[in-house]
Design a protein around this ligand. Structure first.
Ligand code: MN
Length: 410
């Protein structure tokens, strides 16, 4: 729902929020959990320009979970309150601000459950072609938003170093596996979605209401060890190749902020099956979010962009993932996290992981430093960025999700 909080002419008394290039104008208002430099208490913050509004102090909001559990109408009211607070200056309001550079950004909340999907047809086809050239797409793909239960305990905040995992790896085709550091460590650029109000166990959420159960989105890097994955994934799917680390960006962009960037899902080809009725996409549950991946090796002073794609190109929408997740009666809860799956698109520049970009290492990527990459090396840093643009609205950003690779333990 578009309201006065999306008005592109709205300005804040926080001057940095009015700069054209800011990711956090007053039209965005994402939430994070942060600590002040002198105090370990987790606080709820709102990004505004280059400042953080301490919402715990300014609005007496106690925690991210409380906000996540709100019904959509209450979330919209809260957004209007925050927008008013930052648009119309009240005496002493500056005392509730902290320079973003001084805030320590934490995970948004305690994450109860984490589920990762596989919702890009382009990604599924590109990857499937490498492993099953004659039969890239399995028969369930266009019927089921495929997913697996991930691990909440290894989700880390942006900036946390990522230790190269060890695992079982088959080095020669007929040989036994060895336990060794992964040699094909990869990233996956995904959108994360924090869930809002839950459902009762046994009561599926209809597709038409699923959007109301999504609180907001972040950037998500599903670090993946391809060599461990290749050996372990049959018959039960990903396990230790994925759950050593998943990085997320600290700012959660609310579904309210994303209202101007909602789009109708792209029509499926005539030859594709229509989703079953309980998974029908509603009018505008796709999101026009541009996602970029930047890579910096230890020898490079600046990162280089290695891909760019749009979340609009996904085969399944977040609402369809939520509807599917609960279609058997599985309860979801506020603060659960879902990952979209690698966001890839139809063009070569849209490939969302190194497995696709280098075609499993066969076509290494040349970096400006002269180095070549099949997969990630120790010291490499991966930076995800995202933003939304629409005619007649302010551009808003998702911030960054960073992680640098540390060598495996001896
Ligand atoms: Mn993934």
């Amino acid at each position: 729902m578009i309201d006065q909080t999306h008005d592109p002419s709205l300005r804040s008394w926080v001057e940095s929020a009015n700069e054209p290039e800011t990711e956090f104008p007053i039209q965005n208002l994402p939430f994070a959990t942060f600590q002040r430099p002198d105090d370990g208490t987790p606080r709820l913050g709102v990004a505004i320009g280059d400042q953080v509004l301490d919402a715990s102090a300014a609005l007496r909001l106690d925690s991210m979970k409380t906000v996540m559990a709100m019904l959509p109408e209450h979330r919209r009211q809260l957004r209007r309150r925050i927008s008013d607070f930052l648009a119309r200056h009240t005496p002493g309001a500056e005392a509730c601000l902290l320079p973003a550079a001084d805030a320590r950004l934490l995970l948004p909340c305690h994450i109860g459950d984490y589920t990762d999907f596989y919702a890009s047809l382009h990604h599924a086809t590109n990857v499937g072609r490498m492993f099953r050239p004659e039969n890239p797409l399995l028969p369930n793909y266009k019927w089921v938003p495929v997913g697996y239960h991930g691990r909440a305990s290894s989700i880390v905040a942006s900036g946390t170093p990522i230790r190269r995992p060890r695992g079982q790896i088959v080095e020669s085709p007929a040989g036994p596996p060895v336990y060794a550091p992964s040699r094909s460590l990869d990233y996956e650029v995904e959108l994360g979605a924090f869930l809002g109000p839950g459902n009762l166990m046994g009561e599926p959420i209809p597709a038409s209401e699923a959007g109301d159960h999504i609180f907001g989105v972040c950037l998500l890097n599903d670090w993946s060890a391809r060599d461990i994955q290749t050996w372990e994934y049959q018959p039960l799917g990903p396990f230790l190749a994925k759950n050593f680390a998943t990085s997320i960006s600290p700012w959660v962009i609310t579904m309210e902020a994303l209202a101007p960037y909602r789009r109708a899902a792209e029509p499926r080809p005539e030859s594709d099956p229509r989703p079953l009725p309980h998974l029908e996409s509603t009018a505008d549950d796709a999101l026009a979010i541009t996602l970029e991946v930047w890579l910096r090796s230890a020898r490079m002073p600046e990162p280089v962009r290695i891909s760019r794609g749009s979340f609009q190109a996904m085969y399944w929408t977040l609402a369809q993932m939520v509807a599917h997740h609960t279609s058997n009666g599985c309860p979801i809860r506020a603060g659960d996290l879902i990952g979209s799956g690698t966001v890839s698109g139809p063009e070569n520049e849209n490939r969302g992981c190194l497995l696709e970009i280098t075609r499993r290492g066969a076509e290494p990527l040349a970096l400006p430093s002269g180095e070549m990459r099949r997969f990630l090396e120790d010291g490499d840093e991966v930076i995800l960025r995202g933003w939304c643009e629409a005619e007649g609205y302010r551009r808003i950003g998702l911030g960054e999700c960073r992680g640098a690779i540390l060598g495996a333990l001896e």
